[in-house]
Design a protein around this ligand. Structure first.
Ligand code: PEP
Ligand code: MG
Length: 563
């Protein structure tokens, strides 16, 4: 790398690398508090109405070059910008002497209130409504529209963070990778990037200084973003891309070099994700985050609504293993229809399975929908509950799921209490799955969304490894499956360690599977066990990973850029 290159350091998601031009995501413009009443009201009104038209036109033009799903999102927003009532009421307020952007904001707020009260589909359109407001405000101020800009060519998206709406509008044919300045590796932008198979660097300090058209090289394996990469850096990126693309051709089931089987599974959040897996070389789904389906919903989904989506997902996977997780609402995944407002510490509050305490019907409805989907699709889903802390909770969930007709029932181990008593918990259920994202959060008393404490959330933290090892040992002793479905399963070195500890399946973003499959295939079970032993003796996270790496095959280290 040349001496002049500026390198931003962040935390990488995945092992991919890419280089290309930057496209920055623009923030929403502000409406000045002291916005004056225009001298010429008629001209101001015309300018606002023109801004509406330009916004709708721009969105439709963007939709034309976009893939089908993205085009639908953009066209729906364009339709909102065309809404006559929205325009008319804004115009009337300007006529009466309100400053134009205040008039627009007030009208949008009253529509949003109405939509929210109506619930259902309309409530879900509030995001579009706000997006139209921000775009019109920007146009009126003659600023570029906020959000992800139209991408004339493949680009690397750079943003402070991405909202779920921004992410839905990403045109995957044109997005090479994602760099965000905030967030953390187990935050939702990172998870979605992994889901989409996009190389991503989160917590890239200084990323906001990057400008449209800057050429950068993004290296997720090292968590770096290099501005103006020289030929050598670009060549290294190309080599990595080619190497990973070659690994992606492999389709064998997950196994160590000596044939010890480890199921490699995918984490998904929607039925579309399941449909995208049709040709993927995965043995099934190890975590279906069902709450993702209802993040925008304002009313509880019915049995029918849910059964339809689950049937679709199960049918897409045609008999492959699918582990559905019941709603994990609360904390970082609030669901408007059930999450209690006003908790001081939502991550420690009524979330996950604990919702059963005040909304038992919600869980029963979901279990009924899953059982119905199982019948309709002919699949036999495994079902697990999130955030289990005690044996009683595991017992209660197991009883409820079996009553609903679910055959294979498990729970997640993501609270230290459950890991420490994994054997007792396993006595109640058929399997457990380690959610290392939350297990790290609760072991290290560190908010998983707080990027600034990311070192404490490192999956190699010795205390976390101890809890994972205790859970795996309980599985070995009882002969019941213990999977890992947190982000740590996607780290190829960690995957070797987990295999050595006795974990039976690894579930991750589908894009992470090829590297993990390759790493496993190059090491014997004995080496995996030795990796577990040396890593667990280390007193710090950095030393644990370094110790593990000494036993990793040099060729694997090179191809996957593990050093
Ligand atoms: C986890 O906590 O590790 C997990 C897999 O669940 P989620 O990330 O959805 O909380
Ligand atoms: Mg979790």
């Amino acid at each position: 790398m040349s001496e002049q290159s500026i390198v931003l350091q962040g935390v990488g998601v995945g092992r991919g690398a890419v280089w290309g031009p930057v496209a920055t995501v623009r923030p929403a413009p502000e409406v000045p508090a002291d916005e004056p009443v225009p001298a010429d009201r008629a001209a101001a009104k015309e300018k606002v109405l023109d801004a509406f038209t330009l916004v709708a036109k721009g969105l439709r033009a963007q939709a034309q070059g976009a893939s089908a799903t993205v085009a639908d999102v953009l066209k729906a927003t364009a339709q909102m910008a065309d809404d006559p009532a929205l325009r008319e009421q804004t115009g009337q307020r300007i006529d009466k002497g309100e400053p134009p952007m205040h008039a627009l904001t007030a009208v949008v707020a009253s529509f949003a209130e109405m939509f929210t009260a109506a619930g259902g589909y309309l409530a879900e359109r509030v995001t579009d409504l706000n997006s139209v407001r921000d775009r019109v405000v920007a146009r009126y101020q003659e600023l570029p529209e906020p959000g992800v800009p139209p991408l004339p060519w493949p680009s690397i998206i750079v943003a402070p963070d991405l909202s779920p709406a921004d992410t839905a509008a990403l045109d995957l044919d044109k997005v090479l990778g994602i760099v965000i300045e905030q967030g953390g590796p187990t935050g939702h932008t990172a998870i979605i990037a992994g889901q989409l198979g996009l190389p991503c660097v989160v917590r890239a300090t200084g990323a906001s200084q990057l400008g449209d058209g800057d050429i950068v090289a993004l290296d997720a394996a090292h968590g770096t973003v290099t501005l103006d990469p020289d030929d050598e850096t670009r060549a290294a990126v190309e080599t990595r891309r080619a190497g990973l693309a070659a690994l992606a051709e492999a389709t064998a089931d997950g196994a160590t070099a000596d044939g010890h089987h480890i199921a490699l599974l995918a984490n998904i959040g929607t039925a579309e994700d399941a449909e995208r897996l049709t040709d993927a070389a995965v043995e099934g789904v190890g975590l279906f985050r069902t709450e993702v389906l209802f993040l925008g919903a304002t009313t509880a989904p019915t049995v029918e609504d849910q059964a339809t989506v689950y049937t679709r997902a199960l049918a897409a996977l045609g008999g492959r293993k699918v582990v559905l997780r019941t709603l994990d609402a609360g904390a970082d995944k609030p669901l408007a229809f059930v999450t209690q407002a006003g908790e001081e510490n939502p991550a420690l509050g009524v979330r996950g399975f604990r919702l059963v305490r005040h909304a038992e019907g919600l869980l029963r409805t979901q279990l009924e929908a899953i059982a119905r989907a199982a019948k309709e699709s002919g699949g036999t889903p495994w079902v697990m509950a999130p955030m289990i802390a005690t044996v009683e909770e595991a017992r209660q969930f197991s009883a409820m799921a079996r009553e609903a007709g679910i055959e294979t029932v498990g729970v997640m181990v993501e609270v230290p209490a459950a890991a420490l008593r994994a054997k007792d918990i396993l006595a109640e259920v058929d399997f457990v799955s380690l959610g290392t994202n939350d297990l790290a959060q609760y072991t290290m008393a560190t908010d998983r969304l707080l990027g600034s404490l990311v070192d404490l959330l490192d999956a190699w933290q010795p205390a976390l490894l101890d809890l994972v090892a205790a859970t795996a040992a309980a599985g070995v002793e009882t002969g019941k499956p213990v999977g890992v479905c947190g982000e740590s399963a996607a780290d190829p070195v960690m995957a070797l360690l987990l295999t050595g500890l006795g974990v039976t399946s690894l579930s991750m973003s589908p894009s992470a599977v090829p590297a993990v499959r390759f790493a496993l295939s190059q090491h014997s079970l004995e080496t995996c066990r030795a990796i577990g032993e040396v890593a667990r003796k280390a007193p710090t996270a950095a030393e644990a990973r370094a110790a593990a790496l000494t036993l990793v095959d040099p060729h694997v280290r090179e191809v996957l850029a593990l050093d």
